[in-house]
Write a protein that binds this ligand. Structure first.
Ligand code: ZN
Length: 318
């Protein structure tokens, strides 16, 4: 009997005294921000991604479960109102701390890429396509010259490693203000910076032979990435993920792909595959799947995403 009591006491004591403090929950709006939080804050926190695999930040509307996740997070990390307008109202209801990437100093921002927020204020793609067809001669239409959207922010901020390095610092500071171990956090941040520098150098080296090659994607989320890796600006089918492509626009694209010797099409998961397949015929052209949000990786770190995307670009361009 006494032995049983001792065993019970020991079990209880182990639970009470050895159980680690509950870890902080960090909710990241999109997967690449979750990847960065994993890499910089490590296992000091539990990282959750808000967007479901089938949602893109351009169209997302949220379930009650997602609203609750934001509300209960110790820290919510998101892109900020100009890049994720649909999330703003939800973030305002969160009880924990908030970190918007767009509030971080020293970011490099791109504007005027012709990227449509279909559910925002911008006109829909089909409207824009119609306007182009009516106003401009075919030869004048370039991949990203929608100058009537010169003020619009390119929301794909996470594809800039420079921007993510800035965010990493802000994340570490915020983590420490939430009580994370200071020395561990600093060490993880430093390790991240070294890995990021090495990864970028290796990626640039791998892609350098293809720096002059042209390529195509559906809505070109890749401008920050192609800039960081000294690649050419990709052609885009349309400025948003939705909207039709007129027969005239299709003919223009075929013409442009021919004149620029385009043999590589990067297909976002939401891209209109049948149309890309018509533009890019086997034998002469290669379609490679590439998700700018890295939803095809699990429990990855941000530098893993860079390695992964580099491989996909290389496979497409070579
Ligand atoms: Zn996009």
């Amino acid at each position: 009997m006494r032995i049983v009591l001792v065993v019970i006491f020991l079990c209880w004591a182990q639970l009470v005294f050895a159980a680690p403090a509950p870890r902080l929950t960090v909710v990241a709006s999109v997967e690449p921000l979750a990847m960065l939080a994993r890499e910089v804050l490590g296992d000091q926190v539990v990282v959750k991604t808000l967007l479901l695999p089938g949602q893109t930040p351009h169209f997302a509307s949220f379930t009650p479960g997602q609203a609750q996740l934001v509300q209960q997070a110790d820290l919510i990390v998101w892109l900020g109102e100009d890049a994720e307008p649909n999330l703003a109202a939800l973030v305002r209801k969160s009880r924990g701390q908030r970190l918007a990437m767009l509030d971080v100093g020293g970011l490099t921002l791109r504007y005027g890429v012709g990227h449509a927020h279909e559910n925002g204020h911008a006109p829909s793609d089909s409207v824009k396509e119609a306007a182009h067809s009516a106003e401009e001669p075919a030869a004048a239409i370039e991949a990203s010259d929608h100058d009537h959207e010169a003020s619009e922010l390119d929301p794909h901020l996470w594809l800039s490693p420079h921007n993510m390095a800035r965010l990493a610092h802000a994340l570490a500071d915020q983590g420490k203000s939430l009580g994370l171990h200071s020395a561990d956090t600093d060490a993880a941040l430093q390790a991240f910076e070294i890995t990021l520098a090495n990864t970028l150098a290796a990626s640039r080296k791998q892609l350098a032979p293809y720096a002059q090659r042209d390529w195509l994607s559906q809505h070109n989320p890749w401008l920050y990435f192609s800039d960081a890796l000294s690649l050419r600006v990709g052609m885009q089918v349309s400025s948003g993920l939705q909207g039709g492509t007129s027969a005239r626009r299709f003919a223009e694209l075929i013409q442009q792909m021919k004149s620029k010797s385009v043999h590589c099409v990067l297909a976002e998961p939401e891209a209109r595959r049948a149309m890309l397949a018509r533009l890019c015929q086997p034998g002469d052209c290669r379609i490679v799947e590439a998700d700018p949000l890295g939803r095809d990786l699990t429990e990855a770190r941000y530098t893993d995403l860079l390695v992964h995307l580099t491989e996909q670009f290389k496979r497409c361009l070579q």
